[in-house]
Ligand binder design. Structure first.
Ligand SMILES: Nc1ncnc2c1ncn2[C@@H]1O[C@H](COP(=O)(O)OP(=O)(O)OP(=O)(O)O)[C@@H](O)[C@H]1O
Length: 971
């Protein structure tokens, strides 16, 4: 016994709860037409999952199977059917000994399934009963309709019965599921392939873009790694060049200044010289006039003398003795006069020469002294100028040792609200550098900012660029400090008081608070002694500094000693001012000495030339004097030979005397004129020389100015290039030059420059770049790879499904083949038993394809020659079907078979044969047989009678055979 009982309630005509208990063997269900017998069959199929309302012979909706009421009974709202199975044989693959399957439906609601009262899905029910022979289309539940249609069915439609018998339904179902899966897989594969194709289409160009972007990024990274070094180097070299140019320009400016002064000085000298030459010219002209007149005079004198000499010669030759004597005496006297005159002139010349020589020696001595003085002054000037250059250079870079201050001051253009350092904004008055420096102390390098925000900005800048530290003094929070009234009075009255430090600096009005904050209550004394005394009087409550920069701190501690050269901006500025003054003084001294030397030098020159002239004159005169002496001696001897004496009176008013005087005058004028002309020449030369010098100086000055201008233009060019490089450093790499220096790498700069050019060119050639492309490509590629993997997985799954299908096909083929032959083998015997002889066999319509082949039946009832099964009578067809059913039951044991009037078409004899044959199987199978036929009833072990009263409700009760027969007869 397999099915223990059926419990129905509200199912079709079974409005009330009805329980059918089953026992071993064959249970018959009998009753008149329409009493509800077949509803029991329907109920069993409904519980086992039947979904077709048509096959359940119900309305359109499943809820139509709920008892719909009758004239006397109200409809009910719920239909419930339970099948209770004995599972001790483990026909169902579950560990329960009893399995209760229930299906419940309420109106307008879906049906519910329960296995052992636990809700479950339809699938669970289907899986449970699968291949047990039960189930919706199983051969366990055979109706009259199945039997009558079997013979007429197409071979292919018949096949399902054999498949059910072969137990391949589960494989078929699985295969169907697998095929559905395969189809879904295939659809997924196609969908995936479409997406993959699309992705491939996108991937190609995107890969190129990504490659381009990666190349760009790699070039850009390489560029930045090299370019920072190149830029830092270039900026450094530009800075050096600019600094050098500025130094050169500064030098040029100083030189230009000196040259301008020199030109001015020289121009003043030129004016003096011009005045002098004009004067000299007029004097020379005057002298020349006199000289010319004298020359004329001398010519007329000489002419008269020649005439006189002619007269004398005649008188000497042909005159009387008296005449000859007097002429000879006159001649001798004149010769002597002339001789003495030349001698006088010679002596006076010699005297002049000696005086001139002495004069020259004096001048030379003076010149030497002045030259020495000038050389010393000039050396001192050079020393001062050198120091000036050094101080200027140091002032140009005043914060070299203050890295932070240096960095902020250099970057002040790009920072906000940087006013400058205290040292730069507070200018000590003259001579107060050291005192103010000492008063300020460390605050000398305080950077004054507009407000705290600007100070914070600068500090952030220093941190970001790791450029050191600096102290900031925001003006917005700067409160001035002043001494107390009594301190002020005491300090002012103290010995050696200089004043309050705040009063010793100059600054713009807006920095007054800064000044008073830093210097307001610091007092300055002249010496340390006075500072100590003042501090004592002030009870050491005020910081006091001295002009030398020594300090008496509040409380009395003292700081002092020598100042490091150039250690402070303020002392440097002080020194620079002092140097300027001293250099100017030295310059003036040199200029004055040069001015004194210039006339001295020309004087020396002039005297030298005068001396030479005198020597020439003397040589000439010596000759003339010798000649005159010779003439005189000769005349004297002629006189002596004539026994005459020279008449010394004879020449008193003579022409010769006049001529001698004239000669002397002319000589004097000549030498005066020579001297003047010489002087004039020299002045002219000096003038020309000076003018040439001025011209050269002007040319040089202009060249220097040109150079300066060129230098300025070049510096401006370099600066603008530097600015653009700094800008590039800032915009491309967000770095300051100082920070870039820390990032500098040790590379071959020449090579690096070439590489930078190459990289820039390569980057330019790359053109527009989508920087997101690599990420987009990676994402797309990852998606592509994922999808490809999914596709491969799907293909693999497809292959697995196919191989599973093929395995299932194989199993199905084998099982079907086995079962087919088993049934075929049994069929002949069953047929012969049913028909009382004859033969029957099963035929596969397509033996090559056991999976789809239809099943035909070749029958030969005894004594008949029937070719076509269609030609049999309805009863014969039913008997053939029943034969096949019994052959199946022989080939495969079924735990439960429900026959619903399967023998309806048989005649009495065949019904009995059928019933007898059926009872043969009852040992192995349980039968529930709905029947009207007494022949069948006779073979039943139990009989239930179904009745329906006027209320349209089926009731059920166990009946005896006689009652059953009666019920059948009354049907
Ligand atoms: N939903 C329903 N509510 C009430 N009665 C119903 C419902 N569905 C069917 N019936 C009744 O069930 C009866 C049909 O029962 P069934 O077909 O089982 O009879 P049967 O005994 O097999 O008859 P036969 O011997 O002629 O085959 C009919 O009287 C029909 O009115």
């Amino acid at each position: 016994m397999f099915l223990k009982r059926i419990e129905l309630q509200g199912f079709k005509s079974f409005a009330d709860r009805t329980v059918l208990q089953f026992d071993q063997g064959v249970t018959g269900i009998v009753g008149p037409n329409g009493c509800g017998k077949s509803n029991i069959n329907d109920a069993i199929r409904w519980v086992l999952g039947e979904q077709s309302t048509k096959s359940l012979r119900s309305g359109t909706a499943m809820s139509d199977i709920i008892f719909s009421g009758s004239e006397v009974r109200k409809p009910v709202n719920l239909a419930s059917v339970s099948l209770v199975f004995d599972n001790t044989q483990r026909i169902f693959a579950t560990d329960f000994d009893e399995v209760e399957i229930t299906r419940v439906i309420r109106r307008n609601r879906d049906a519910q399934y329960l296995i052992n009262r636990t809700p479950c899905r339809l699938k669970d029910v289907t899986d449970l009963v699968m291949d047990t022979g039960l189930g919706r289309d199983s051969l366990s539940i055979i109706t009259q309709g199945n039997i009558s249609s079997f013979a007429d069915a197409k071979p292919e439609d018949r096949r399902s019965l054999f498949e059910e018998a072969a137990g391949v339904a589960k494989y078929k179902k699985r295969k169907k599921t697998s095929l559905a899966k395969l189809e879904a897989t295939q659809a997924n594969l196609e969908r995936l392939q479409d997406i993959l194709d699309e992705l491939e289409r996108q991937l190609g160009p995107l890969e190129k873009q990504a490659e381009k972007a990666r190349r760009y990024i790699s070039l850009r990274d390489e560029l930045s790694s090299i370019e920072i070094t190149v830029l830092a180097d270039e900026i450094g070299s530009l800075k050096e060049q600019v600094s050098q140019l500025e130094q050169d320009i500064d030098h040029s400016r100083i030189q230009e200044g000196r040259m301008s002064e020199d030109i001015q000085r020289k121009e003043a000298s030129v004016a003096d010289l011009r005045r002098e030459t004009t004067e000299l010219d007029s004097r020379i002209l005057e002298l020349q006039k006199q000289y010319a007149a004298n020359l004329q005079e001398r010519v007329s004198l000489e002419k008269r003398k020649t005439q006189l000499d002619e007269q004398r010669r005649r008188l000497l030759e042909s005159g009387s003795d008296e005449d000859r004597r007097s002429q000879l005496q006159a001649l001798a006297s004149e010769a002597r006069l002339e001789y003495e005159d030349r001698l006088d002139r010679l002596n006076s010349l010699e005297q002049t020469r000696q005086e001139t020589e002495k004069n020259l020696a004096d001048l030379r001595q003076k010149q030497e002294v002045l030259q020495k003085e000038r050389s010393t002054a000039s050396n001192r000037l050079q020393d001062l100028q050198r120091r000036q250059d050094t101080v200027t250079a140091m002032l140009r870079q005043p914060y070299t040792h203050q890295q932070g201050v240096n960095a902020v001051m250099k970057a002040r253009q790009s920072l906000q609200g940087i006013e400058g350092t205290a040292a730069a904004l507070l200018q000590p008055k003259e001579g107060m550098g050291s005192a103010v420096n000492a008063a300020l102390g460390g605050a000398v390098f305080n950077i004054i900012t507009t407000d705290e925000q600007c100070a914070r900005g600068a500090i952030r800048f220093l941190k970001r660029n790791r450029s050191g530290r600096a102290t900031f003094l925001p003006m917005s929070v700067c409160r001035p400090r002043f001494p107390k009234k009594d301190q002020e009075t005491i300090a002012q009255a103290a010995p050696g008081a200089v004043g309050w430090a705040a009063d010793l600096v100059d600054c713009k009005d807006r920095y007054r608070n800064v000044r008073d904050r830093l210097l307001g209550n610091i007092f300055v004394c002249d010496t340390l002694e006075h500072a100590n005394e003042t501090a004592r009087r002030l009870k050491y409550g005020i910081k006091i500094v001295t002009l030398d920069g020594d300090i008496v701190h509040t409380g009395g501690s003292m700081t002092g000693g020598s100042q490091k050269q150039g250690s402070s901006l303020l002392t440097l500025q002080d020194e620079q001012r002092q140097l300027e003054k001293r250099a100017a003084d030295a310059q003036t001294a040199v200029q004055e000495l040069s001015r004194s030397l210039a006339p001295l030098e020309s004087q020396v020159q002039q005297v030298q030339e005068e001396l030479v002239q005198l020597q020439v004159e003397r040589a000439k005169l010596e000759n003339i004097a010798a000649l005159k002496k010779e003439k005189y001696e000769s005349l004297k001897s002629r006189l002596a030979a004539a026994g005459e004496e020279e008449d010394r009176q004879a020449v008193q008013d003579s022409l010769a005397a006049e001529l001698s005087r004239m000669h002397r005058t002319i000589d004097g004028q000549e030498s005066q004129m020579n001297a003047l002309q010489q002087h004039r020449r020299e002045t002219g030369e000096s003038l020309t020389g000076l003018e040439e010098e001025i011209r050269i100086l002007r040319r040089d000055l202009s060249a220097l100015q040109n150079e300066s201008r060129k230098g300025e233009v070049a510096a401006a060019g370099l600066k603008s290039r530097m600015e653009s490089l700094l800008m590039r450093l800032n915009t491309d790499y967000t770095m300051t030059y100082e920070f870039a220096l820390t990032q500098k790498r040790d590379v071959d700069l020449e090579q690096a420059r070439i590489r930078v050019r190459e990289l820039r060119e390569e980057i330019r050639e790359i053109g527009s770049v989508n920087l997101d492309a690599p990420e987009e490509y990676d994402a797309l590629h990852e998606r592509y790879a994922d999808l490809k993997k999914q596709k491969e997985d799907l293909e693999e799954a497809g292959t697995r499904i196919l191989s599973a299908i093929s395995e299932m096909d194989e199993t199905m083929t084998t099982q079907f083949d086995e079962m087919f032959h088993k049934i075929d083998h049994e069929l002949d015997g069953v047929f012969s038993a049913m028909f009382g002889g004859g033969h029957a066999r099963l035929i596969l319509t397509d033996p090559e394809d056991l999976l789809t082949s239809g099943v035909d039946i070749d029958v030969q009832p005894p004594g008949k020659r029937v070719k076509n099964i269609q030609t049999f009578s309805g009863g014969e067809k039913a008997l053939i079907a029943i034969s096949v059913l019994f052959a199946i039951l022989k080939a495969r044991t079924m735990p439960l078979c429900i026959f619903d009037e399967v023998e309806a078409a048989l005649d009495q004899a065949n019904v009995e044969r059928f019933a007898r044959y059926l009872s043969k199987f009852k040992e192995d199978s349980q039968f529930i047989v709905v029947t009207h036929r007494p022949g069948t009833m006779e073979q039943c072990d139990d009989l239930y009678g179904v009745t329906m009263q006027k209320d349209g409700v089926s009731t059920i009760l166990k009946v005896r055979l006689e009652d059953a027969r009666e019920m059948a007869a009354s049907a």
